[in-house]
Design a binder for this molecule. Structure first.
Ligand code: SAH
Length: 204
């Protein structure tokens, strides 16, 4: 998985590759799917949601570039896999999920993969997590119809938000870097995430 799907597609930061090598992806999917855990695809995780393709997780983390000790907010805990990668990179990880059943399972997955120290809550993540703001990096791992403004306001000076923006079927991965008078916006990969549902997202 790491050699062909991540390194093979140009993501070569040693720190990042090491994090992917050290987190067992099969601990984050149902046992019945464990033989497909390292395949080049997204996988179902229940509640109609998916764990993103390994490359897309790597790309989001690469673009966000969290440094050890930095505060990272993830919207869309899902299986907990991406949060585990962020924790292995030494970030202080906060993650929000709207489905309680997924949040509970993510907690079990972190225990199984022996990744401690992730702080999570069940809520509408489009509103961010004001109590722990500001964040150096915000990763939105669900498709947004537009950049969620409450999240932009919770970025630290020079903080970065990675967010797929577009329709419910197709999005562009964007990076917004906070500046003194707003944000600098860059477009990256075309992608297809499940919908971000909430006040600053799609309607349910
Ligand atoms: N990062 C996850 C995959 C996320 S899939 C992983 O590593 O497995 C997208 C997730 O976003 C889904 O679990 C979905 O329920 C969640 N989601 C959608 N809208 C949300 C919102 N407003 N707040 C929090 N989570 C949300």
């Amino acid at each position: 998985m790491v050699r062909e799907q991540i390194l093979g597609r140009g993501i070569d930061e040693p720190r990042l590759l090491e994090a992917f090598l050290s987190v067992p992806r099969h601990a984050f999917v149902d046992e019945a799917l464990s033989s497909r855990a390292y395949g080049d695809t997204a996988l179902p995780i229940g509640a109609g949601q998916t764990l993103s393709q390994p490359y897309i997780v790597a790309r989001m983390v690469q673009l966000g570039a969290p440094q050890p000790g930095q505060r990272v907010l993830e919207i869309g805990t899902g299986s907990g896999y991406q949060a585990a990668i962020l924790a292995r990179l030494g970030a202080e990880v906060f993650t929000v999920e709207r489905h309680a059943s997924l949040g509970r399972r993510a907690g079990e997955n972190w225990a199984r993969a022996m990744v401690p120290g992730i702080t999570q809550k069940i809520a509408d993540g489009t509103l961010g997590w004001a109590r722990h703001a500001p964040f150096d990096v915000i990763l939105v791992s669900a498709a947004a119809p537009a950049v969620p403004m409450p999240l932009l306001r919770q970025l630290s000076a020079a903080g970065r938000m990675i967010v797929p923006v577009g329709s419910a079927v197709r999005q562009v991965l964007k990076r917004l870097t906070r500046t003194t008078d707003g944000a600098q916006v860059e477009d990256f990969d075309s992608c297809s995430f499940v919908r971000l549902i909430g006040r600053a997202g799609f309607d349910a």
